[in-house]
Design a protein around this ligand. Structure first.
Ligand code: ATP
Length: 244
C-alpha cells in the first residue's frame, strides 16, 4: 500500500478561523484545518460536536465567517452550486439516492455537470471495477438495494462528479463492519490513485484506522489533530472516544 504524502507541499483545502451557527446561535468556533492532496483526513467527534455543520459550511449550504480556500479558489463567497462546480463534492449522510432510478442513472446523475462523454463513460466503468456489486446491479432501482450497496452507490455517484475533494458524511452509519471495511479499502484505493477525501465519522476508531491524518472536534472546536496513527495512540483520545 502506498502511503499518502502527508503534510507536504501546498494544502488542497485550507480553512482558517471558520465560525458558523444557526440563526445567531454559534455552533462552530474558530475552526482551522488543512487537507493535502491525495490524503484521507478524518474529522471525528461525538454526536453534536458540529461535524455536519462544518461540512455544511464548507459546501456553502450555511454561511460562515473565516477563510475557505480550495485549489487556490476562495469558496467563502460561493453558493453551493458554485462550490460543487469547482469540485467540492459531498456524499451526504443517509446516502440520499434517487431511489426510483437505476444504479447506473444515479451514477450518471453525479456527472451531470460534465460534458466530456468519453471521460464520463470511462469513469463509469472505473466505478463498476471499484464496486463490482454495483456493476451486477446497474439496472436495479437504487432504492431496492441493501444499505451497504446504497452507500457504495452514493460514493460512486460522488466520484462520478470528478471531485477535487470528496467529503463523506457518516459513511459507516447503520452498516455491518465487514461492509464498512470494504468501503474503507475503496477509499484507500482511490487515495492511492490521487483522490483526496475528508471523512466525517462518529466512529472514531474506524475513521482513524483508515485515515492518514485526523481532526477531533468537541463542541464546535478542534481539540486534537495529527497523524491518525498518533491520535489513535493519544491517551486522551483513547479515553474520550475509544472507551479505552
Ligand atoms: P451528528 O453526528 O449527530 O450529526 P455532528 O457532530 O454532525 O453530530 P451537528 O449536526 O453539526 O453535529 O450539530 C452541532 C450542533 O448544531 C448541535 O448542537 C445541533 O443541535 C445544532 N444544529 C444542527 N443542525 C441545526 C439546525 N438546522 N438548526 C439549529 N441547530 C442545529
Amino acid at each position: 500500500m502506498t502511503g499518502a504524502i502527508t503534510e507536504k507541499g501546498e494544502p488542497l483545502l485550507e480553512v482558517k478561523g471558520l465560525s458558523a451557527g444557526y440563526g445567531g446561535m454559534p455552533v462552530l468556533n474558530d475552526i482551522s484545518l488543512k487537507v493535502y492532496p491525495a490524503e484521507i483526513v478524518a474529522l471525528v467527534g461525538s454526536n453534536g460536536a458540529g461535524k455536519t455543520t462544518l461540512l455544511r459550511a464548507l459546501s456553502r449550504v450555511i454561511s460562515s465567517t473565516g477563510e475557505i480556500v480550495m485549489n487556490h479558489k476562495n469558496l467563502a463567497p460561493m453558493t453551493p452550486d458554485q462550490a460543487f462546480a469547482v469540485g467540492l463534492v459531498q456524499v451526504p449522510e443517509g446516502r440520499q439516492l434517487f431511489d426510483r432510478m437505476t444504479v447506473q442513472d444515479n451514477l450518471l446523475m453525479g456527472a451531470f455537470q460534465r460534458n466530456e462523454k468519453a471521460a464520463v463513460a470511462r469513469d463509469l466503468e472505473k466505478m463498476y471495477a471499484l464496486f463490482p456489486k454495483l456493476s451486477e446491479r446497474r439496472r436495479q432501482l437504487a432504492g431496492s438495494m441493501s444499505g451497504g450497496e446504497q452507500q457504495m452507490c452514493a460514493m460512486a455517484r460522488g466520484m462520478m462528479a470528478a471531485p477535487v475533494l470528496l467529503m463523506i458524511d457518516e459513511m459507516s452509519l447503520g452498516l455491518a463492519p465487514v461492509i464498512v471495511e470494504q468501503l474503507m479499502e475503496v477509499l484507500t484505493t482511490i487515495r492511492n490513485e490521487g483522490a483526496t477525501v475528508l471523512l466525517v465519522e462518529q466512529d472514531v476508531n474506524l475513521a482513524l484506522s483508515g485515515a492518514d491524518r485526523g481532526y477531533v472536534m468537541e463542541t464546535g472546536r478542534i481539540v486534537h489533530s495529527g497523524l491518525a496513527k498518533e491520535l489513535i495512540d493519544d491517551p486522551e483520545v483513547r479515553r474520550a472516544y475509544l472507551g479505552l
